[in-house]
Design a protein around this ligand. Structure first.
Ligand SMILES: Nc1ncnc2c1ncn2[C@@H]1O[C@H](COP(=O)(O)OP(=O)(O)OP(=O)(O)O)[C@@H](O)[C@H]1O
Length: 292
């Protein structure tokens, strides 16, 4: 569904250039539910905005289904946004119309694209657990309920790909669980591909795969283990995510990988390292001193 290769995004302003993505690779299968994690400034939102057609890539390859987002024309981009993607932001609820009902809010974008389908709008609100509240005005709903209306709206165009930027950022744990359950149900029942951007590691257990971004590159991947086979999980001293997921370092097509800064600092590796292959393992160590 998504293929990014060597994706680059440079923001230019006056005399400053920020390289937000520096050759990122990412593949997402159709029907997958995955999360992208990373620290603030690592490039997560930049990636999501490019995938959502809100921002243009600078170089590299980025394809979503049949669309090539590097070469797409402005007219095609409008069509792409209208037909292929649904977008959810942390503060989506702020963009809703408070004096309309939940149902009217979901119907509004359908009307704007001349595709009003009341039965589907009701179905969406039922899916997000708001069947009983669909005739309430927005301002009569709680923040978490409003966020669920926003999810229903993001699906009103029947997208194949749902992109969510910190969708649980401003809600409590119970609502966060509810939202993740809604994503999972939509993913299972209508086969929609879901990509969630977050810095909340606790969401990781709710998805099949987590890709970590560091400095504008994918660095590590966590793939969910089969919980039935995972008897050692309870003994792990690691973080919750590592208990349920197997951790892999990402190696790109030409064999490059990112070594975590903490490892490099611990071994005082700066600009070069020694590498040995012992037949089974690749060992990276500080360069041997040439003096003495
Ligand atoms: N419009 C812009 N103009 C200039 N620089 C930008 C712009 N948008 C993002 N950046 C820079 O690009 C880098 C990546 O930002 P991005 O918002 O993608 O990170 P993020 O991982 O989503 O962070 P956060 O979790 O804080 O939202 C940062 O250094 C940021 O300052």
């Amino acid at each position: 569904m998504i293929q990014c290769e060597g994706l680059v995004k440079i923001y230019k302003s006056d005399d400053l250039e920020v390289v937000a993505l520096q050759g990122l690779n990412l593949n997402v299968r159709e029907g997958e539910m995955m999360a992208i994690i990373g620290n603030s400034g690592s490039g997560k939102s930049t990636l999501l905005n490019i995938l959502g057609g809100l921002d243009r890539p600078s170089a590299g390859q980025v394809k979503v289904g049949p669309w090539d987002l590097l070469k797409i024309t402005d007219e095609q981009l409008v069509e792409y946004k209208r037909d292929t993607v649904g977008f959810i932001w942390q503060s989506n609820a702020r963009n809703l119309l408070p004096y309309l009902t939940a149902l009217e809010n979901v119907e509004m974008p359908m009307m704007l694209s001349s595709k009003l389908d009341r039965a589907y709008a009701k179905q969406l609100l039922e899916w997000v657990g708001l069947k009983e509240r669909m005739h309430n005005k927005l301002h009569q709903l709680s923040g978490g309920e409003q966020q669920r209306v926003a999810i229903a709206i993001s699906l009103s165009n029947r997208p194949q790909l749902l992109l969510a930027d910190e969708p649980t950022g401003s809600v409590d744990t119970r609502t966060s669980d509810l939202i993740m359950d809604i994503f999972r149900r939509l993913n299972r029942e209508i086969g929609i591909t879901v990509v969630i951007v977050t810095h909340d590691l606790s969401l990781a257990s709710k998805v099949d795969r987590v890709v970590a971004i560091r400095d504008g590159l994918t660095s590590t991947e966590f793939i969910k283990r089969n919980p039935n086979l995972d008897e050692a999980a309870g003994n792990s001293a690691h973080h919750g995510m590592q208990e349920a997921h197997e951790e892999y370092v990402v190696v790109d097509r030409v064999g490059r990988l990112q070594i975590p800064k903490t490892y490099l600092t611990a071994l005082q590796i700066t600009d070069k390292a020694s590498m040995e292959f012992d037949g089974e393992r690749i060992i990276i160590s500080p360069p041997k001193s040439l003096e003495g």
